[in-house]
Design a protein around this ligand. Structure first.
Ligand SMILES: Cc1ncc(COP(=O)(O)O)c(C=O)c1O
Length: 401
């Protein structure tokens, strides 16, 4: 077949290839980015979906507005208000997962050859999606406190990007959180250079010890003129259910209008049934309890993985303990450089019955082969202990110890 030339810029993800190996029986996987299905609020969602059919089935099963189901937009606006973001219901659109918001951003804003700054590392699907639209991606370095804003400014000046894409809170895969001072700096850069900042925030509610700094969009109140340069993508996937496919985008009215037009070309609107269900769910007020429950379970798992990593891999690795989200981002810095390639370790780990994702594919430029991502979300505490012990065995085997 003669495929469109835009497909030349993207390839099947290396991670998907790895996932094919995960079918092996008994494997403990830290590889996925899924939330734990055992934590889904099935009772709450059953009630919400039954109410959707009982109360107004004709509406729940009918075509709907592309912008989204108005009562859900109102619920999301209220949810965002609780997080310090002032937005009217018609100041946001509902998307089919936040992934669709990212796609609409690519579709509406990126022309072939446009420079786009992303974090190094960043969300793999964003790299693929923006490249599909021909973006020339530039990677801004990230440390334990999120993106390095000094470097970000230098890259903005050098490349004059169409947009900057950040996952400032419990980043995927970095686990890092941008500190409040850097968030303010990002807002100042947005104003100074007229740069559009896309804040992707599917993990911000998954905090463990204390709440993270307010989102960049929430902080925009303090930096005059910054809000018009901001786009925010939110999602119910990591906190409630990814199968619902409910995400949203907040941004300048003209961007939302173009996005609505483009959304009409692909899925007409996000599933009405899912939207009515989500609106009913949010209206019941169950969300705070659901959040408290998932935070407590993931916090425990984070602690267990943290201790196990220190015990089993010790000085062969470095990492920063994440304050929320789903991931540890680890660098193979020890073993006197004998183990610098996480892809080699990944193969050895599969032999030992444990899987993780090597970090290199998460870099749009200059991949760091010594990095890897471990999710603590789906394995229970005993499996985390066992899996990290297996990883320690794989590591010692890899360095011939
Ligand atoms: C950073 C980031 N953005 C967006 C998404 C997409 O999530 P969804 O489309 O389910 O809302 C994910 C999912 O893994 C993610 O990690």
């Amino acid at each position: 077949m003669q495929f469109a030339s835009r497909l030349d810029n993207v390839s099947t993800s290396a991670i998907r290839e790895l996932f094919k190996l995960l079918g092996k029986p008994g494997i403990i996987s830290f590889a996925g980015g899924f939330p734990d299905a055992a934590l889904f609020d099935v009772d709450g969602l059953r009630e919400a979906s039954e109410a959707a059919l009982a109360e107004n089935p004709g509406l729940a099963l009918q075509y709907g507005a592309t912008e989204g189901f108005d009562p859900l937009r109102a619920q999301i606006a209220h949810f965002m208000d609780g997080k310090g973001v002032d937005v009217a219901p018609d100041g946001l659109i509902v998307t089919t997962g936040s992934q669709q918001a990212l796609d609409l951003i690519g579709k509406t804003l990126i022309s072939p050859g446009d420079k786009v700054i992303v974090e190094g590392p960043t969300f793999l699907a964003t790299i693929q999606c923006f490249r599909l639209y021909g973006a020339d991606l530039v990677s801004a370095p990230v440390d334990g406190e999120g993106v390095r804003v000094d470097e970000l400014e230098r890259l903005i000046v050098q490349h004059k990007p169409k947009l900057v894409y950040l996952i400032p809170t419990f980043g995927n895969p970095s686990g890092a959180t941008l500190n409040a001072e850097r968030r303010r700096r990002v807002l100042e850069l947005a104003v100074k250079y007229g740069t559009l900042i896309v804040e992707d925030d599917p993990y911000g509610d998954l905090y463990f010890d204390k709440a993270p700094p307010p989102s960049i969009m929430a902080l925009s109140k303090d930096v005059p003129g910054s809000r018009e340069h901001l786009v925010y993508c939110g999602s119910l996937s990591k906190v409630l259910s990814p199968g619902l496919r409910i995400g949203w985008m907040i941004g300048p009215a003209e961007l939302l209008a173009k996005s609505v037009m483009c959304k009409q070309f692909s899925d007409a609107h996000t599933s009405t049934f899912a939207q009515v269900t989500a609106a009913n769910y949010l209206a019941t007020g169950r969300m705070p309890d659901t959040l408290a429950k998932v935070r407590a379970v993931y916090a425990k798992r984070r602690d267990v993985m943290d201790a196990a990593l220190r015990r089993e891999l010790g000085d062969a690795i470095t990492f920063t303990r994440p304050d929320g989200g789903l991931f540890f981002w680890v660098s193979l810095t020890g073993a006197n450089g004998a183990l610098a390639d996480a892809a080699v370790l990944a193969r050895q780990a599969i032999e030992q019955g444990v899987a993780f994702v090597p970090g290199a594919p998460f870099f749009a430029e200059n991949p760091d082969n010594s990095t890897l991502r471990l999710s603590f979300a789906t394995a229970d505490e005993a499996k985390i202990e066992d899996g990290i012990r297996r990883l320690g065995v794989a590591l010692r085997q890899s360095v011939g110890g």
